[in-house]
Structures are given as structure tokens and as C-alpha cells.
Design a binder for this molecule. Structure first.
Ligand SMILES: [Fe+2]
Ligand SMILES: [Fe+2]
Length: 479
């Protein structure tokens, strides 16, 4: 079993790259373009800083990472696959029970390539979206977490590029180039999915993004980890190990923001969470504004699941390429013949639950699993508010609110699911989504705090340091 990683090669790997000269050459050819992309589109202004980062050195769950100071362009982005499970079989679909494929099944080549490219495209996109945030970091601790997420998204791109170059020949090499050519938000050559072309202009957005959008990533990776194409399963399984930290950054970042707001409210005798003027004057973010950011990032992330009812999803499942969340733990036939799944739809002006064929409703199901996972984090945030004695509750917006993909496109609903016409919605959207005033306030609040062990006024320090480091640890040595 290849648990340990070969760090002597230019490209650290546990896929025995030195015995595959053709692939090694292809990846080494792609490498300079990647480094150029990182220098152009990676964290701006911090490429020469020494950052205390973890690097994957093994895929052993008991100790896969080592920490140390690294200049980001010198980070060892490697190709790491979780260990092969012996005699693994395809867990679902028409090929259920057959030995998992070690090579691409010819008939599914195009579908599989598309799944890998779409996943791959999100990885560099988020690095691009987050590239200016170092300049307004609320602490060196947070800055380090941002850069950790960034380098690992870079590694995830490597992971997908490995699959493309190893298994898809010339087409794969072209796709690998395309992944370096598209740019988040670019008018001519944008990233493939909507949420990955949005701006991440401030740290509240960053935390919401890592909570909501990286969690979409987790759901997608979880369903790809079920794949009958074994190399994809092994690659995504290891990516999930890293992904957990990204969601921790988001959840704890929002929790610390909330905690600080409540603390300052209490210290100044403010009971009304809607007393925006007074709360903002104290240099913290009022809870209703946090709710608006939540509405924005949650609704954008819901769109990433695609149409609730989709033949593409059914085909990928039938083919054994993309399963359900925790497929192997679900107790059914894993074929989904003649079964239904309840999908929320709008019929004759009312929200109703319709029993759709379960195969077609796979995106809807994954989105529901996602929402349930999000709700757990929101509940924990509400505990922070409750503990502080503030009367306010954060809520996930209604699935029909602010949607551009799926059955609720062109539906005008409030975050609580109240239907209205377009004009009424447009008039009120500033109550539900960050408006210019909110964005201006947050923008001006985001002043960098680079002092060792210091934190910007709007956010509480973390409970524990990264790698158990003490509060005065210098997570980033600025050059
Ligand atoms: Fe990722
Ligand atoms: Fe991530």
C-alpha cells in the first residue's frame, strides 16, 4: 500500500510517477504554467512571505500532514490518492457489484471527463476569488488559514489534472490547459459555474464562502468518492480530508464574528440586534447583516447542485460514476428503479412536494443533504448568540429565494418563502441581500491587523491555535 509520499520528485506523489515517464513528462510540462498561474492569480502581495502551512506528506489518516514555514510558490503541491481498497466493487447503478474500474470505461469517457473538469474548475476559481483578501486579514492567524485553503485548492487542481493527464490522453491534456486559462469573473473566459465567478470582496464573504460553497464541494466530492472509477474515488477521498479544514475556517470565522458582535452589544448595553447604527458605530457587524450575507452565499451555493430533476444526474448514477451522499450507508437497492424521492416544487402558485423518480431527483436529494448539513452549522452559530443572551436567530433562506438554476428560476420569493412579483422582489431585495450601504460598511471595516497575536475589533480570537500554537505565534512572517 502506497501510504508514503515520494518527495524526491519535482511533483511529490504516491502514484509511482517515476515509473510512468510519459505521464511524468506531461505533468512536468504542465507544472510551469501552473506556477505562472499561481504567481499571477494566487494571493496578491504575499508570495514571498513565510507562511506556517501544513503540507500533506502521507495519506495515513493518523498523521498525514506536517507543519512548517513555506513561501507559497514553493509549496509542494503533490498528487495523493487514498489507499486502494482491495476488491472494491462499483457500489451503485447498472454495474453495481462489478469490480471497480481501474481504467476509464470507454462508453463513459465523455461523461467522466466532464465530471472531472467541472470539479477541477472550481479549485483554481476559489483561489482567484480570494486573491486580495490577505491585504485586509483580521489577523495573522486568519491570513494563514486563508493561505492554507488557497494552497490546498491548488493541490485539488493538481489532483484533477492528474486524472485528466493520466487517463484521458490528448483530450485530458487540453482540458488541463483550459483549467489554467479560464479566470473567475472573466467576461470572455469565465469559470464554469456561477458561484465561482462571484466576488469574494471581504472576510465575511470568505467565511461564508468556505462554509457554504466549500461545503457544496464536500457534497460533490463525497458523491464522486463513491465512483466506480476507482482512481476518482481514491483522489476525492483524500481531498475530503483537506476539505474539512476549509469548512472549519468558515464555520469558526462566522462564529467568532458573531461572538464579538454580541460581546460588544452587551458591553454597551445594546439589547436590540436591529439597532444597526449604534452597533456599527462600535466597529462590529450587526447580526441582520450577517443574515444577509448568509442568504447570498447559501442561495448561490444551492445553484451549484444543478436542476433538482436532471437526466444528467440520472445517467451518471446509472453509469456508476457519481453516487449519492454516503451511498454505501444507505439501505436500498442502490439502483433506484421504481422508487421516488420528494422534491419541493412550485405548482399553481403554491409550494408542494412532488414524488419524482428517485433517479432523476438525485441533484435534489444531494441538495437536501447539503441543506441538512448547513443547518447543523447554523444551529451552532445560534447557540453562540443564545449564550450571549442576544435575542436573534440566523436562518437558512427558503430554497426558492434568489435562485438562477433549477425549478425556482424566475420565482420571486422572500427568504421565508413568501411569493411576490418581480417588481415587489426587486424593491425589497436590499432587505434580504447585502445592499450598497452594507457592502460599504463592511468594506471600510476591513482594515488589516498584522500584529502578532492581535485581532481586528470585529472578530474574536480563536479558542485554540493552529497546530496547538500559542496565541502569540507568528503564523505569517511578512516579507
Ligand atoms: Fe477543493
Ligand atoms: Fe475547499
Amino acid at each position: 500500500m502506497n501510504i508514503h509520499v515520494n518527495y524526491d520528485d519535482l511533483i511529490p506523489n504516491n502514484v509511482d510517477l517515476s515509473n510512468d515517464p510519459k505521464l511524468k513528462r506531461a505533468l512536468e510540462k504542465w507544472h510551469p504554467g501552473y506556477i505562472n498561474w499561481w504567481k499571477d492569480m494566487g494571493p496578491e502581495g504575499f508570495q514571498t512571505a513565510d507562511v506556517y502551512l501544513r503540507t500533506a506528506v502521507s495519506v495515513d489518516p493518523k498523521g498525514w500532514a506536517k507543519f512548517g514555514y513555506v513561501k507559497m510558490p514553493e509549496y509542494r503541491w503533490g498528487i495523493l490518492l487514498a489507499p486502494q481498497v482491495e476488491d472494491r466493487t462499483v457500489p451503485f447503478g447498472e454495474h453495481k457489484g462489478e469490480l471497480a474500474w481501474q481504467d476509464v470505461p470507454g462508453e463513459y469517457r465523455a461523461m467522466l471527463r466532464r465530471l472531472i473538469v467541472i470539479q477541477g474548475d472550481t479549485e483554481p476559481a476559489s483561489v482567484e476569488q480570494q486573491r486580495y483578501l490577505g491585504k485586509t486579514a483580521p489577523s495573522l492567524y486568519d491570513m494563514r488559514n486563508l493561505f492554507q485553503v488557497n494552497v490546498e485548492e491548488g493541490r485539488h487542481l493538481w489532483a484533477m489534472v492528474y486524472l485528466l493527464q493520466r487517463y484521458f490522453g490528448r483530450d485530458g491534456r487540453e482540458e488541463a490547459e483550459g483549467l489554467l486559462a479560464r479566470r473567475s469573473g472573466d467576461a470572455d473566459n469565465p469559470r464554469m459555474l456561477g458561484a465561482f465567478n462571484e466576488k469574494t470582496p471581504d472576510w465575511l464573504s470568505f467565511f461564508m464562502f468556505t462554509f457554504f460553497t466549500d461545503r457544496d464541494g464536500k457534497m460533490q466530492l463525497e458523491s464522486l468518492a463513491q465512483s466506480g472509477f476507482d482512481p476518482l474515488s481514491r483522489t476525492t477521498r483524500f481531498m475530503l480530508t483537506e476539505e474539512a479544514h476549509h469548512m472549519f475556517v468558515g464555520e469558526s470565522g462566522i462564529a467568532r464574528t458573531i461572538e464579538r458582535t454580541c460581546e460588544v452589544m452587551k458591553a454597551n448595553g445594546i439589547d436590540d440586534p436591529h439597532d444597526k447604527e449604534r452597533i456599527r458605530a462600535l466597529g462590529v457587524i450587526d447580526l441582520p447583516t450577517i443574515q444577509k450575507k448568509l442568504n447570498l452565499h447559501y442561495s448561490l451555493s444551492l445553484d451549484l447542485f444543478g436542476s433538482e430533476v436532471s437526466t444528467n444526474a440520472a445517467n451518471a448514477f446509472n453509469a456508476g460514476l457519481k453516487g449519492r451522499y454516503q451511498e454505501t450507508k444507505i439501505e436500498d437497492d442502490h439502483m433506484l428503479r421504481d422508487v421516488t424521492y420528494p422534491v419541493l416544487e412550485l405548482k399553481d402558485g403554491k409550494f408542494v412536494t412532488v414524488d419524482e423518480p428517485a433517479l432523476a431527483a438525485l441533484n435534489g436529494r444531494l441538495r437536501d443533504d447539503y441543506s441538512a448539513d448547513c443547518q447543523k452549522g447554523v444551529t451552532r452559530w445560534n447557540k453562540v448568540i443564545e449564550k450571549a443572551g442576544v435575542n436573534f436567530e440566523l436562518k437558512l433562506s427558503h430554497p426558492a429565494f434568489h435562485r438562477y438554476i433549477g425549478g425556482f428560476t424566475n420565482v420571486y420569493a422572500s427568504p421565508t418563502g413568501e411569493l411576490m412579483d418581480k417588481a415587489a422582489w426587486e424593491k425589497r431585495k436590499g432587505e434580504w441581500l447585502p445592499n450598497t450601504d452594507d457592502m460599504d460598511f463592511i468594506y471600510h471595516l476591513m482594515q488589516p491587523e498584522y500584529g502578532i497575536g492581535k485581532y481586528a475589533n470585529w472578530i474574536s480570537p480563536p479558542k485554540v491555535g493552529i497546530d496547538n500554537k500559542p496565541g502569540d505565534f507568528e503564523y505569517v512572517k511578512l516579507a
